[in-house]
Design a protein around this ligand. Structure first.
Ligand SMILES: Nc1nc2c(ncn2[C@@H]2O[C@H](COP(=O)(O)OP(=O)(O)O)[C@@H](O)[C@H]2O)c(=O)[nH]1
Ligand SMILES: [Mg+2]
Length: 364
């Protein structure tokens, strides 16, 4: 057996990284490869981890810090999957992180190239977010700055969600790519429908070797301010109801997402991602807010007296306000007879990025 392959798929919150990792892992496993996955977040209790585990994959979660600021935790997670005999490790760095070349790719190349076959850095792009950021000309500061740096440092850009792209949108994106990223190889996929996955996962992920080795010129002050404009909220609840009745939790999840969407719209807060995972026994539902108008739910209708719910919110506002909004929404449901018991709860603003390693152009 050759060296295990490590494939990093970066990209902003909501780009579709977890969805891509899941379909790519299915595809690679059907090709007799053993695949392990690594998720990452600033706080524990990730919906992404629950979804991937529910799909039957070996998953490691690095939480409490990004991969860059906990390089050793990241490396331990890789090793744990290698010890489970994984041939391929797919890893998703937290979506608010950039400077991955200096903090992950180059240190891994320098220290572990004999042990690991490191694929080029893939960055997944939500095309609508890209158009919004370009239209608003918001790449000089705030989250838009992080977004731009993520794209600049990519070895390969992967444009996702092409199932939603109209011909004119695609032309606009092509123009942005031609003018701003003319040297990047570009792949067009839909992680949802599977379009382009065979080529990306079966060929490009496995066979591309070339690293552009271009460290982005990231100003950490601007990066830190951009990250600090986003609030984080992760919690796990047990939910039941005063009458101890069997409840329809799919219906509950849909209503909960709709209420959250209305409140965030009313408050004019940009939600980067809001996900819920509800589980009782072997039944589950997953849902998320896609944008100001749409929500997405998957899973099955299930009925039980209580359910466990994992809730993750990333939004462009203070974490204190997100926490208050969650409390207000819970109160609405408690007035309808639901009972919430908090199992874990954490809300925060990402701290100043302090990577374990930060290589410059001349370090090897
Ligand atoms: N229409 C469409 N939606 C997608 C696609 N890929 C992901 N999504 C949706 O985008 C949202 C964010 O996906 P997720 O994988 O959680 O993104 P992450 O934050 O980058 O890990 C979810 O609602 C996904 O169902 C796609 O190719 N097409
Ligand atoms: Mg994810």
């Amino acid at each position: 057996m050759g060296k295990p392959k490590l494939i990093l798929v970066g990209g902003f919150l909501g780009a579709g990284k977890t969805t891509l990792l899941s379909v790519a892992a299915h595809f690679l496993q059907s090709d007799k490869k053993k695949v392990g996955l690594i998720t990452n977040d600033q706080a524990a209790g990730l919906v992404d981890t629950h979804i991937l585990e529910f799909n039957g994959f070996d998953v490691e979660e690095v939480s409490g810090s990004c991969f860059c600021c906990d390089f050793n935790g990241f490396y331990n997670a890789i090793n744990n999957l290698i010890s489970l005999k994984c041939d391929i490790v797919l890893a998703e760095p937290v979506g608010s992180c950039t400077d991955l070349y200096a903090t992950l790719v180059r240190p891994l190349q320098s220290m572990y190239s004999e042990k690991l076959d490191l694929a080029p850095l893939f960055v997944l792009v939500d095309p609508f977010k890209l158009l919004k950021i370009i239209d608003e000309n918001s790449t000089k500061e705030g989250p838009g700055y992080i977004y731009l740096k993520q794209l600049e440092e990519a070895d390969h850009l992967v444009i996702n969600k092409i199932d939603l792209l109209k011909t004119e949108d695609r032309a606009k994106i092509q123009e942005v790519l031609d003018t701003q990223f003319p040297e990047h190889p570009v792949h067009w996929i839909s992680a949802k429908t599977g379009a382009g996955i065979e080529e990306l996962a079966g060929s490009t992920f496995l066979n591309s070797q070339a690293h552009r080795n271009r460290i982005a010129d990231v100003d950490y002050q601007t990066y830190a301010i951009g990250e600090a404009m986003m609030g984080w909220y992760n919690a796990t609840f047990m939910i039941g109801n005063v009458e101890d009745k069997e409840m329809d939790w799919m219906q509950f999840g849909q209503t909960l997402l709709t209420v959250f969407q209305q409140v965030f719209n009313y408050e004019e807060i940009d939600v980067n991602h809001l996900k819920v995972f509800l589980k009782s026994g072997s039944s589950h539902m997953v849902g998320n807010i896609i944008n100001a108008d749409d929500i997405n739910v998957r899973g099955e209708c299930f009925y039980s007296k209580s359910t466990r719910m994992v809730l993750n919110i990333r939004a462009e506002t203070s974490h204190v306000l997100i926490h208050e909004i969650v409390q207000d929404v819970i109160e609405i449901f408690e007035n309808e007879g639901f009972r919430f018991e908090v199992v874990t709860e954490k809300h925060l603003t990402p701290g100043y990025p302090n990577p374990t390693y930060r290589f410059n152009e001349t370090m090897t």
